[in-house]
Design a protein around this ligand. Structure first.
Ligand code: 13P
Length: 254
């Protein structure tokens, strides 16, 4: 089936780069990706959002955050609100990353509240889903993906979810150099799209951008993007160097 989905490549810096390092990176990256047909997103540490968003203003780079709290404001020491991210210059926010789910015990229902808050405040959510190695070995991949998608996006209409990006990140592929093969990733992307179609309709599903994440490198990016249901990439380690990230951004989808 033909579709007109954009290609969106997101770098997720995790807990790397000071303000100074981040600003230098954006200045170096900008001219290298200016002609790319892909949309270029960078999820930077909270402290670097404002400075990088200022530098990125005249470029095609879009700055966002890696997490946020679900409340509008309140007595939540150490947390950050969507409104604060927005004011600092963030346009999107990664939610439900497997590191948040595993290390910080985030549940689908908590992530659902965050997605709702992000949408209320006008931040584009990138919702991450993905199975662990154990879940895959126990043939639970479909079950896990279906529950993560339906529970994290519960009570939201297709209209409300219009800006959503979904990211399939198999946990066993993150930071391991063991990326899913393009065929394996395609199969799961197709499955995720079918779940989205079942819950929110096939028109919405056909327009939904689904990124793949997990050990994406310059040498596997193109083959992944060539798959019909892979509309973008969520890149961790390889987004930390201008050289490798610009190569990934410029490995166009045909
Ligand atoms: P790596 O690209 O380092 O495997 O990380 C993927 C990831 O977690 C992106 O969100």
């Amino acid at each position: 089936m033909s579709h007109s989905r954009p290609t969106v490549i997101t770098g997720n810096w995790k807990m790397y780069k000071t303000i100074d390092e981040a600003v230098r990176f954006v200045k170096e990256l900008a001219p290298l990706v200016q002609e790319s047909t892909a949309q270029v997103y960078l999820a930077v540490p909270f402290t670097a959002i404002h400075a990088t968003a200022e530098v990125a203003k005249s470029t095609k780079i879009v700055i966002g955050a890696q997490n946020m709290n679900d409340a509008s404001e309140g007595a939540f020491t150490g947390e950050i609100a969507a409104r604060m991210l927005k004011e600092a210059g963030a346009k999107f926010v990664i939610l439900g990353h497997s590191e948040r789910r595993k290390i910080f015990h985030e549940t689908n229902s908590f992530i659902n509240k965050k997605v709702k808050r992000a949408l209320i405040e006008g931040l584009q959510p990138i919702l991450c889903v993905g199975e662990t190695k154990e879940e895959r070995e126990q043939n639970k991949t479909a079950e896990v993906l279906e529950s993560q998608i339906s529970q994290s996006l519960a009570d939201l209409s297709a209209e409300q979810l219009a800006s959503l990006i979904l990211a399939y990140e198999p946990v066993w592929a993150i930071g391991t150099d063991l990326a899913a093969t393009p065929e394996m990733a395609q199969k799961e992307h197709e499955f995720c799209r079918s779940i989205v179609a079942k819950n929110w309709g096939s028109d919405f599903a056909e327009h939904l951008v689904i990124q793949y994440g997990g050990s994406v490198k310059p040498d596997n990016a193109k083959a992944l993007l060539e798959q019909p249901d892979i509309d973008g990439l969520l890149v961790g380690g390889a987004s930390l160097s201008v050289d490798s990230f610009s190569k990934i951004v410029n490995s166009q989808k045909i």
